[in-house]
Design a protein around this ligand. Structure first.
Ligand code: NAD
Ligand code: TDX
Length: 334
């Protein structure tokens, strides 16, 4: 029985990953350490709560003694815990620096003290910054442009330094934009789908021509599982879906699928430091034997349907102080 410590497991990708791992592997146990910030939601994991292989611990990855005791009983650490939303990092970077960098440091320190079989850091394509043409490779320079991506870059390189300096058996994945069920309704797809269902405006930043590469969350989960088993210690692996779309293309697709009018499209001021395009080469992980399985055109429809069928999950999340910040920052109701 391998003991996994999964941090941030009550969030979007972490909860999908826990479900994926419990379904796929009978010989693992999982501790989910999550602070339950606004983004953490135990309703994401209702169906696994009673699984005897699963245990939830409410706590902060910055809490050194708690982290120490949980790492001590673990073989594998998977670090999802982070502040993850770029717009929030523009408004208030503090928690990003604290959790994304200092929290990762606490996990690394405990891992080096107790020794773990694997430490995998869930990093992001945003560490590279923006690219007008071509694809980022793992060896390209890191040029993050928001406090979010800079904090993730700090963590990414700190993890690497524990491999070089202390021989900690680390792996790093850098994934592109995820979409799928249980995504907090603040990110482009989850926000626009839920706004469209409610007949509310879809706030498009700038000209709407920024490009993202969309990865279905189940593909991200399978990539992490695959890298844990097959990745070479100390290496970074890009994980992309190969689905480059402008924000306007995504918006049009959502409106068309939900049969909502074009008049919901609302162009507002641009995000500060807005990266124009993210695009990854996934040659390295492909050569190792992984590639995405889901077809964007099908998975996006499944995702939209999920939000239609799970209104009670997201309706209660769409309130609170972020709406006030968003309104004053972008002069737009969400
Ligand atoms: P999310 O915001 O939905 O979830 C983050 C989770 O971390 C929440 O459950 C939250 O409660 C928890 N958390 C936050 N601070 C914590 C702390 N100090 N201690 C313990 N738990 C804490 O984020 P997500 O979209 O699921 O992203 C998960 C990870 O994947 C992040 O590290 C993010 O940078 C990375 N990533 C995300 C994407 C994407 O498109 N969403 C793409 C690439 C990489
Ligand atoms: O209201 C909006 N209007 C809009 O035009 C929002 C929320 C977003 N956008 C644009 C900004 C981006 O060009 O849509 C694009 C995607 O925005 P987000 O969903 O906020 O994602 P992004 O900034 O690309 O970052 C995401 O991908 C990488 C995740 O939030 C990160 O956690 C991940 O690391």
């Amino acid at each position: 029985m391998k003991q996994f410590l999964i941090t941030g497991g009550a969030g979007f990708i972490g909860s999908n990953f826990i479900r994926y791992m419990l379904d796929k592997h009978s010989d693992i146990k999982i501790i989910n350490l999550d602070k339950l910030t606004y983004a953490g939601n135990l309703e994401n994991l209702k169906d696994v709560e009673s699984d005897s292989r699963y245990r939830f611990v409410k706590g902060d990855i910055c809490d050194g003694s708690l982290v120490d005791s949980l790492v001590q009983e673990s073989d594998v650490v998977v670090n999802f815990a982070a502040e993850s939303h770029v717009d929030r990092s523009i408004g208030k970077p503090d928690d990003f620096i604290q959790t994304d960098i200092f929290g990762t440091f606490q996990l690394l320190e405990a891992s080096r003290k107790h020794g773990v079989d694997r430490f995998i850091q869930i990093s992001t394509d945003e560490v590279y910054g923006s690219i007008d043409k071509g694809l980022f490779e793992e060896t390209d320079p890191l040029m993050p442009s928001s406090p979010y991506s800079a904090s993730k870059t700090g963590a990414d390189r700190l993890v690497y330094s524990y491999y070089v300096t202390y021989d900690l058996p680390i792996l790093i994945t850098r994934a592109s934009n995820n979409y799928g069920p249980y995504q907090y309704p603040e990110k482009l797809i989850s926000l626009f789908v839920t706004n469209a269902i409610e007949g509310k405006p879809l706030p498009i930043y700038g000209d709407g021509l920024n490009v993202r590469d969309w990865l279905y969350v189940a593909d991200h989960c399978s990539a992490i599982d695959f890298v844990l088993d097959n990745g070479k210690i100390g290496e970074v692996y890009n994980v992309g879906g190969g689905n480059e779309k402008t924000n306007l293309e995504i918006t049009d697709l959502i409106l068309k699928t939900l049969n909502k009018p074009d008049t919901l499209k609302t162009f507002i001021k641009d995000r500060e430091g807005h990266d124009r395009r993210y695009a990854l080469s996934i040659q390295k992980i492909k050569e190792l034997g992984w590639q995405p399985e889901y077809i964007f055109e099908d998975a996006i429809i499944e995702t939209i349907t999920w939000y239609q069928e799970n209104r009670e999950w997201w309706e209660k999340l769409k309130n609170g102080e972020y709406l006030d910040y968003y309104k004053s920052h972008y002069n737009q109701d969400l």
